[in-house]
Design a binder for this molecule. Structure first.
Ligand SMILES: [Fe+2]
Length: 436
């Protein structure tokens, strides 16, 4: 049972309200073929369709374009989305959208594609210096001046949850910093989630995206509670990442139950379509949860893990450049992190493990961190995820750079249930080098 006494509404200086910005979602086998009708009902007549070159060759993009065509909607295709987008690739996509004179946006792909469509919509609608809208401290975090055109997001992986969030993540090349833009206005108008798009994904992609889902849920569930934040300066200044709250708990709890039951099955047996489709539903629920609560340390540390990669390449992914897939860069930190955060809210960690399917009878608060870590490590081993940061090429000599690359992620670090500074981060990275 979720633990409601996590919320104490402690003092008059603290937040006592939570906001629910629910996404519009249509979920079910075959709904990608409904795209045209949905886009038309949103008022679109000519849309920019974003995807990447690999996805362009798959049937999903063809289905999306055919559906748009059937609804008499013009489509301008942008297939040059950069996997792990950058400021340059965001702006290139925005220039395309501006030149194409579109009145709506469609994204067909994973998180990189959906995030790129969000940024293209923003910068083509309200042009500004790139860093104006970017999160502090890298950018100025200026509010988006008004509404954006309709955006229908059609995810084709079961992970990022970007279709339900107002977050777009990118590398700022000149600063070698991974950061993002966060605003409720970036949230897609409609998430069109067709779980059959997961059927043909390689096992490694299911593993990476599945662990991303699991971490979205577990981080949202263990985030600093919303009522321990200071009151906002005005009602409209309430952040999207509010911290754990009774609404996000609902999605997190069910996503944990589903990933606990189906993640290993979906990876190890490509014919287990039920497991893949359940994982797609878990991804949607976890996306709604973390879009409302916010994630914390495993994601905050993942930016540096992905950004400082030297020569690791993951099977099942494009091999042309070194890359640690997002979900892998997150979960490699997770056992080390939850061993550390359990002290702040052991009951939440034990509940999280129970939702993942662990028998927690007799567990005491001092066991909490190890119980969660053991569950994660068992799932990582069963799905052949690399063994900690050492498995993707990092060693003790990299801890300082990884720490420096993470300390700037204040939006995520401050959402953790325990305070962290550089010494704590260094210990967390050291603890994540190897697990078995
Ligand atoms: Fe993620």
């Amino acid at each position: 049972m979720p633990c409601w006494h996590y919320y104490s509404a402690a003092s008059p200086d603290h937040e006592s309200a939570l906001a629910i910005d629910a996404s519009r979602i249509v979920f079910g086998p075959g709904v990608l073929d409904e795209l045209g009708d949905h886009a038309r009902s949103l008022g679109c007549r000519r849309v920019a369709v974003f995807t990447d070159r690999r996805l362009k060759a798959l049937e999903h993009v063809a289905r999306a374009r055919k559906s748009l065509q059937n609804a008499n909607i013009d489509a301008a295709l942008f297939d040059a989305v950069h996997v792990e987008p950058t400021d340059a690739s965001f702006l290139e996509a925005a220039r395309f959208a501006k030149a194409a004179r579109v009145d709506g946006f469609v994204s067909v792909g994973g998180g990189s594609v959906i995030d790129t469509a969000k940024a293209a919509s923003l910068y083509s609608t309200y042009p500004a210096d790139f860093l104006d809208y970017v999160n502090k401290p890298v950018g100025a975090a200026k509010p988006i001046p008004g509404a954006l055109p309709p955006h229908v997001a059609c995810p084709t992986t079961c992970g990022t949850g970007s279709e339900t969030t107002g977050i777009a993540v990118c590398d700022v090349l000149a600063l070698k910093a991974k950061t993002g833009i966060a605003s409720a206005r970036l949230r897609p108008s409609l998430a069109l989630v067709d779980p059959t798009t997961t059927h043909t994904l390689p096992a490694e992609v299911i593993a990476a995206s599945g662990f991303d889902v699991l971490c979205h849920a577990l981080e949202s569930y263990t985030a600093r509670p919303f009522d321990r934040r200071s009151k906002p300066s005005s009602p409209t200044a309430r952040p999207m990442s509010q911290g754990a709250n009774p609404w996000s708990d609902l999605g997190s709890a069910e996503a944990l139950r589903l990933t606990g039951k189906y993640l290993v099955r979906a990876v190890t047996d490509g014919r287990d379509l039920e497991a893949r489709e359940k994982l797609a539903w878990a991804a949607t629920l976890a996306g709604v949860a973390f879009g409302n609560a916010g994630v914390h340390l495993p994601h905050g540390m993942a930016y540096a893990v992905a950004g400082l990669v030297r020569d690791f390449r993951m099977p099942g992914y494009p091999q042309d450049e070194p890359m640690v897939p997002h979900g892998v860069s997150v979960v490699l930190n997770a056992p080390s992190v939850f061993r550390f955060t359990a002290e702040a809210c052991p009951e939440r960690h034990i509940e999280g493990a129970a939702m993942l399917g662990v028998d927690v009878r007799g567990a005491t608060p001092t066991d909490a961190g190890e119980i969660v870590a053991a569950a994660l490590i068992a799932a990582m081993r069963a799905t052949r995820v690399p063994n900690g940061l050492g498995g993707v090429g990092y060693g003790a000599a990299d801890v300082e750079a990884l720490t420096k690359g993470t300390i700037v992620q204040q939006r995520l670090l401050s959402n953790a249930p325990r305070d962290v500074g550089e010494p704590e981060l260094a210990a967390l990275f050291s603890g994540a080098m190897s697990y078995w």
